[in-house]
Write a protein that binds this ligand. Structure first.
Ligand code: SF4
Length: 233
């Protein structure tokens, strides 16, 4: 099994998870390395809602089998739409909607979901954030890393290493904060952000193991990314 080290030697990790197929090998690897992450399902991109529930149900089944805690974020597809189709970089709503996978809409999509995850991590004193989005060969790793680094910089630097921490203030046209124990729901309240862990979850044999686990667990394995725009691509 791949040996992994959490940044800063931390033991608490928030794993943003997009679905069971992408999470299988990542979770197995983390648990084998004595890391029991909190799994955060924040995927307001998925439509229809029945599809969202199906993916969540499959992930919950696997988390329960591994004894790993799963937290479901609020589902708000309209907020996701508002964020990803917000005109930027000279692109219209129509151009963003028509953009291919790995294009500018997808970067915004990752930012939306990972920002909510980072806010949850900050509110719940979880110092490290990573995502199963980095396990899918359909995703741009560069975009995933850019989004993760951005959300953590928006919230402020890590609470993992003392002397390096400073409060960050949430800014910009970002999604609302998810609820969480021990923190503020205010979009302008200072919160300490997690460290971004840019682990490539495809390496170290995890890519073939991903396929094996899908079969072993008989996971529902979707044939489209999630949003309405990905259904036609
Ligand atoms: S294609 Fe996938 S990554 Fe891109 S915007 Fe849609 S759901 Fe998000």
């Amino acid at each position: 099994m791949l040996k992994i080290e959490v940044p800063g030697g931390e033991s608490k990790v928030l794993l943003h998870s997009c679905c069971a197929p992408c999470s299988g090998a990542v979770l197995e690897c983390l648990v084998a390395n004595d890391i029991r992450p909190v799994v955060f399902f924040s995927n307001s991109n998925i439509v229809p809602f029945e599809e969202y529930e199906l993916r969540l149900r499959e992930l919950r089944r696997y988390c329960e089998a591994l004894g790993v805690r799963l937290v479901e974020d609020e589902y708000d597809h309209q907020a996701w739409l508002n964020f990803v189709l917000d005109t930027h970089e000279g692109l219209s709503k129509e151009e963003l909607a028509a953009a291919p996978e790995r294009g500018p809409r997808c970067l915004r999509c990752f930012k939306f979901r990972l920002l909510r995850a980072a806010q949850y991590a900050a509110q719940n004193h979880i110092p490290v954030l990573t995502t199963t989005l980095a396990s899918s060969r359909w995703k741009s790793l560069e975009q995933v890393d850019a989004a993760g680094a951005w959300v953590c910089s928006v919230l402020g630097p890590t609470v993992a290493s003392e002397g390096n921490a400073r409060p960050g203030v949430f800014e910009g046209t970002a999604p609302q904060s998810p609820g969480g124990a021990g923190g503020s729901d205010s979009a302008t309240a200072p919160v300490l952000g997690p460290t971004w862990w840019p682990q490539n979850w495809r390496k170290g044999g995890l890519q073939p193991r991903r396929a094996e686990i899908i079969k072993e667990q008989n996971f529902y394995n979707q044939d489209f990314c999630g949003c309405e725009f990905s259904k036609h691509q």
